[in-house]
Design a protein around this ligand. Structure first.
Ligand code: ATR
Length: 273
């Protein structure tokens, strides 16, 4: 079989091996997909050894996505803008192509799994760190009317908006500047949930019929999902679908086959109880 893996630090919790094993079974592809605990001081060496030993592709997770970007010999446009690579593809010889499937995973989960129509919509992206930057290009290509990036540290929101400005209608602001704004979709790309917190938002910034999406997920509703329920969101989504969709896009890049994601999302949800 062909060999693939996900590399990160920590890595034990990663669901990617489960997801790719399910894709391989479903599509009849002969491959193995493992976990690699990357050494914090030798990421490049580990990647080189994996591919030298015949590996065909890697997924990259925290904290190595920026290093993977730097290491790639060529990059997709969406990875270029993301400044981060979550998928490495072996090209002819020793060369590696870097891509980033996180943003397309987010957009596809919303559009294809849940029927969200970006056309004409006002979208709020919370956060201006790596997670927000990683989804910027696909969001701006979605047909949305405008994207507002709001961050606790305003300057970082301005910087990220400036990066996206050539690609579509985007602006940056501080969380404090959101009064009197209404959004059809609010996406949480902050890490606040990891500390059981939510960014401080005006209580009326969600439009009637507006949706919330937390890029985090968990076996319990995340803090931002709770915020969505408490503020009357029409739909409250977490990032489990995005996780599976980004994996499906990587599988497609490697194998040229698109797996069905719905049964895999359902199985993961059930296994999380
Ligand atoms: P990641 O790779 O997950 O994006 P990061 O680059 O460290 O991690 O970025 C974390 C993001 O979550 C930042 O936008 C951060 O806001 P600041 O730039 O102001 O630090 C945001 N964040 C983290 N905790 C937060 C909280 N309690 N409230 C609001 N924003 C928070």
């Amino acid at each position: 079989p062909n060999h693939y893996a996900v590399i990160g630090h920590p890595i034990a919790h990663s669901k990617s091996p489960l997801i790719h094993a399910a894709f391989a079974r479903q599509t009849g592809q002969d491959l193995e997909y493992g976990r690699l605990l990357g050494a914090l001081d030798d990421f490049a060496g580990e990647v080189r050894r994996f591919f030298a030993n015949g590996g065909c592709g890697l997924n990259i997770t925290v904290p190595f996505k920026e290093q993977a970007w730097a290491l790639a010999d060529e990059r997709s446009a969406r990875a270029e803008l993301a400044g981060a690579v979550n998928t490495l593809i072996r090209l002819d010889g020793e060369r590696l192509r870097g891509d980033n499937t996180d943003g397309v995973g987010l957009v596809r989960d919303l559009v294809e799994n849940h029927g969200f129509d970006f056309n004409g919509r006002r979208v709020l992206l919370l956060g201006a760190g790596g997670a927000a930057r990683g989804v910027l290009q696909p969001l701006l290509a979605s047909g949305l009317r405008c994207l507002v990036i709001a961050n606790r540290t305003t300057a970082k929101a301005h910087a990220l908006a400036a990066l996206g400005a050539p690609l579509g209608p985007v602006s940056g602001c501080g969380l404090d500047d959101l009064a009197a704004e209404r959004f059809d979709l609010i996406i949480n790309a902050t890490s606040a949930g990891l500390a059981d917190a939510v960014p401080t938002l005006p209580s009326d910034c969600l439009a009637p019929d507006g949706w919330t999406y937390d890029m985090l997920y968990g076996d319990q509703p995340t803090p931002f999902c709770r915020w969505g329920h408490e503020h009357g969101a029409a739909r409250v989504l977490d990032g489990l679908g995005m996780l599976v969709e980004q994996a499906a896009e990587a599988f497609w890049l490697w194998r040229g086959v698109r797996p069905e994601t719905a049964p895999v999302i359902q199985a993961l949800r059930q296994s999380m109880g």
